[in-house]
Design a protein around this ligand. Structure first.
Ligand SMILES: Cc1cc2nc3c(=O)[nH]c(=O)nc-3n(C[C@H](O)[C@H](O)[C@H](O)COP(=O)(O)OP(=O)(O)OC[C@H]3O[C@@H](n4cnc5c(N)ncnc54)[C@H](O)[C@@H]3O)c2cc1C
Length: 458
């Protein structure tokens, strides 16, 4: 399904529409680079652009940065490493590596950690908020919190500004280069970019939570297959659990973070771009949590005295709009070491697909290998002045199931920031920047853009 942004249109008969009166609004900001959305992609994009000397504003609807890493809370940061039996090798470096180091200084990580056939970096969401504040403040990024992008201004094919609704009403930001890091591709959709949003065949969302009162030593002795068997026994006893395989990470004493709920509506994922369906999904996630609390207490060793310590502030949306770019990353690229002349990032994360069943589909890359991501996946087809970075970049459903993870979003964001800053300083559109100069700049910053052999084990 390839649809345009039409909030409400499918639900209300036309007589239920009203016309808003036209009004004048203030232009509050005129930065070189505007970043919309402060998740992993947005933080890296804003920091990289500011370090290039651009004036940068980042607009975020929450009161903190981090996106899914802080508002959903994830178990670990994925996509940073290529993994073989001998080595865990970083394939996301640059700002991604810097974030990992800074998390260590706050005691906010203890990784990397191997699991399944891969490895990731467990992290503490609260420490991540501080790291994100530090990074952006030190690089001179201006922050605008509690504001949502609701409209864009365009001159022909070029997006020239974004209109926001904030605590102080409606205002505009005009910028030379704009980066959509909203995860949902909201700015691109508002600008008229094409996108894919295949709701029934998309990934299911998850409400994340953390149990306290866990005997972590004992809980850690349970393998994934054993946890699966325990939860299948809970299902056999009559408990309604949509998922019996999931991730459990502990980064604090007595505490375990669980990625285990699965939100479906009539057997398929809900449309998270529909207010009613999104609201029902939030409630359903918390309903499931009650069942998991009982299941873990009764059926999983180490969790006998557990309680709910924390619930993500928002449901976790894995997949919504995938914007159509000049290039659309494919499953073949992901599984067969895709190589591109305009590579701006690398990833070795497996295809991780959370569909409608009780399990999760994993397809691992060959040990020690990785694929490249081309700049063209971040350039929305037919639109000028705009990049899309992070999980809304251009990829097929299967390829997206690999490239969407936070570590890879850091790398895409950093590249988008460099491109946007170079475009602003040279007075050109992001599509026309000199790629050799972008590549040289990224390498100078320590980014990994792909080598024949991986030579830098952790
Ligand atoms: C349940 C779940 C579990 C996951 N587990 C992991 C994991 O363990 N490890 C991992 O690495 N990845 C994991 N992922 C994937 C990862 O979280 C995301 O793909 C990644 O965070 C995407 O980064 P992003 O910057 O593109 O977008 P996001 O993290 O979604 O950030 C987008 C930001 O934009 C803001 N925003 C959105 N719309 C607007 C607007 N209109 N105006 C202003 N601001 C706006 C949002 O508030 C948010 O802060 C998981 C995802 C989910 C949903």
């Amino acid at each position: 399904m390839n649809e345009h942004y039409d909030p409400g249109q499918r639900r209300l008969p036309s007589q239920d529409f009203l016309s808003e009166p036209a009004r004048s609004i203030p232009i509050r900001y005129r930065p070189d680079v505007l970043v919309v959305g402060g998740g992993p992609a947005g933080i890296a994009a804003a920091t990289a652009a500011a370090r290039s000397g651009a004036s940068v504003l980042i607009c975020e609807r929450n009161g903190y940065l981090g996106g899914a890493l802080t508002m959903v809370t994830l178990g670990s940061i994925c996509g940073l490493y290529a993994v073989s039996p001998e080595h865990i090798t970083p394939v996301v470096r640059g700002i991604g590596a810097e974030i990992a180091e800074r998390l260590h200084t706050y005691g906010g990580t203890s990784g990397p950690m191997r699991w399944l056939e891969t490895a990731s970096l467990p992290y503490d969401p609260n420490s991540f908020k501080l790291v994100a504040d530090d990074l952006t403040a030190e690089s001179g990024v201006e922050l605008a919190f509690h504001c949502s992008a609701v409209a864009v201004t365009r001159e022909d094919a070029r997006v020239t500004g974004v209109i926001f609704e904030g605590v102080d009403g409606r205002w505009a930001c005009m910028a030379s280069s704009i980066i959509d890091c909203t995860g949902d591709g909201t700015v691109a959709a508002l600008a008229g970019a094409g996108f894919e949003h295949d709701v029934p065949n998309g990934q299911a969302p998850t409400t994340m939570f953390r149990f306290g009162g866990v005997d972590v030593e004992r809980a850690r002795q349970i393998s994934r297959p054993e946890l699966h068997a325990c939860l299948e026994r809970a299902v056999a006893s009559g408990l309604s659990l949509p998922r019996t395989a999931g991730g459990a990470f502990s980064n604090q004493p007595h505490s375990m973070h669980l990625n285990i709920t699965r939100i479906l509506r009539d057997g398929v994922p809900p449309n998270t771009l529909d207010t009613r369906e999104l609201s029902a999904a939030e409630v359903e996630g918390r309903r499931q949590l009650r069942a998991y609390l009982q299941a873990f207490r009764e059926f999983v060793p180490g969790y006998e005295g557990c309680f709910i310590a924390d619930i993500g502030a928002s449901i976790g949306v894995r997949e919504s709009r995938r914007v159509m770019g000049d290039y659309r990353l494919t499953l073949d690229d992901v599984l067969h070491e895709g190589r591109f002349e305009d590579a701006i990032a690398c990833s070795a994360w497996p295809v991780e697909e959370h569909g409608a069943g009780r399990g999760t589909r994993w397809v691992f890359l060959a040990p020690g290998t990785y694929y490249q991501i081309p700049l063209r996946t971040m350039l929305p087809e037919g639109i000028e002045g705009l990049l899309v970075a992070g999980r809304c970049a251009s990829a097929s459903h299967d390829a997206h199931a690999s490239m969407r993870v936070a570590g890879v979003c850091f790398a895409m964001g950093e590249a988008a920031g460099v491109v946007a800053a170079q475009a602003a300083s040279s007075g050109t559109s992001v599509r026309n920047v000199d790629f050799a100069s972008v590549r040289a700049d990224l390498l100078r910053r320590g980014a990994f853009l792909g080598e024949d052999r991986l030579t830098q084990p952790v």
